[in-house]
Structure formats: structure tokens, C-alpha cells
Write a protein that binds this ligand. Structure first.
Ligand code: COA
Length: 146
């Protein structure tokens, strides 16, 4: 079955929060209310669906010449099938001319590899960025294509 990517709706918030708990339980997983707040703020959040199942999501905030990836996640049962890359590209499609930033745990090799392969580079480290676990984050940046 193929995966469809489209705008996240308010009805997706509960399932996205479930995935947050599955994937980020040690690092302050987002509640449904946090997703609803991001949607209300007008950020670009997308969901990936396989049939009736929401299998991943990405969140991006864009403010003119700078944008920030807030979230990217794929259900473990659906990982390594190109969904993470497809979500990231769909979000980045709408950042023409903007420099994109993100934070990622320094030990998150799969995500770091994905981001590097899509043009992001490490520009700094933030010690103890993740308050719940105390883990460090890399700040990564993708310079705007001219
Ligand atoms: C990071 C994540 C979104 C990738 O999603 P995915 O659908 O599995 O990724 P894809 O199948 O599109 O793979 C894209 C690239 O990611 C990298 N990658 C993904 N999983 C990997 C793994 N287990 N080990 C090493 N590299 C990996 C590879 O570079 C891969 O490219 P390749 O298939 O050409 O080798 C997914 O692993 C995830 O949800 N992780 C938990 C949440 C998370 O850490 N999010 C990022 C927070 S900043």
C-alpha cells in the first residue's frame, strides 16, 4: 500500500501524541494539546497515512527567511521504508529561500544521517538541551538554495 502525505488535521493530534510517547517517552513527548497549539499557530504540519493508519508526521515553522523543523517521526513498524525522507522533503518543499534549522539528539544516528543526506550540517552543540533526559543536541542547518 502506498503512503499519502497531507496536511495534519486537529483529528490527528491524539495519534501523533501516541507516536511521541512511543518514540520520545524519555524526552517530554508532546501532548495532543501541543500539536493543536502548533496547528493553531499556522505552522506547517504534515501527516503520513498508509490506508487508515497515521504512520508519521513532520512539523515545520516558517518565518520568512528562516524555518525550523519542530518534529519528525515515523511509527517504528513503518521505519526504513522511505517515509521519513518523504515527510522531510514534503516539509522542505515549502521553504524555498529560507535557511532551515533543527535540533537533534547527538546520539540519534538515524536522524542525523537522514538530515545530512538532505543537505543539513552540524553547526553547534547544545548541552543538556533535552531537559527530561539531560541529553545534548546538535543544531543543524540547511542553507537556503539561491
Ligand atoms: C529518523 C526517522 C524519522 C527516519 O524515518 P524512516 O522512515 O525510517 O527513514 P527513511 O526510511 O526515509 O530513511 C532515510 C534515511 O535515514 C537514515 N536512516 C534511517 N534509519 C536509519 C537507521 N536505523 N540507521 C542508520 N540510518 C538510518 C538513512 O540515511 C536513510 O537513508 P537510506 O535508506 O538511503 O540509507 C525515524 O527513524 C524515526 O522516527 N526515529 C524516531 C524519531 C526521531 O528520532 N525523529 C527525529 C527527531 S530530530
Amino acid at each position: 500500500m502506498s503512503v499519502l502525505i497531507g496536511p495534519m488535521s486537529a483529528a490527528d493530534a491524539v495519534r501523533c501524541s501516541e507516536l511521541e510517547h512511543l518514540l520520545f517517552d524519555f524526552d517530554d513527548p508532546w501532548s495532543p494539546a501541543a500539536f493543536l497549539e502548533a496547528l493553531a499557530a499556522g505552522h506547517r504540519y504534515l501527516s503520513a497515512w498508509e490506508g487508515d493508519s497515521l504512520v508519521g508526521y513532520v512539523g515545520l515553522a516558517c518565518g520568512g527567511r528562516e524555518a525550523e523543523i519542530h518534529a519528525l517521526a515515523v511509527d517504528p513498524a513503518y521505519q526504513r521504508r522511505g517515509i521519513g525522507r518523504a515527510l522531510l522533503r514534503a516539509a522542505l518543499d515549502h521553504t524555498a529561500g529560507a535557511t532551515v534549522f533543527l535540533e537533534v539528539r547527538t546520539d540519534n544516528e538515524p536522524a542525523i544521517q537522514l538530515y545530512r543526506s538532505e543537505g543539513f550540517e552540524v553547526i553547534g552543540i547544545r548541552r543538556g538541551y533535552y531537559q527530561a533526559s539531560g541529553a545534548d543536541a546538535f543544531t543543524m542547518r540547511r542553507v537556503a538554495c539561491s
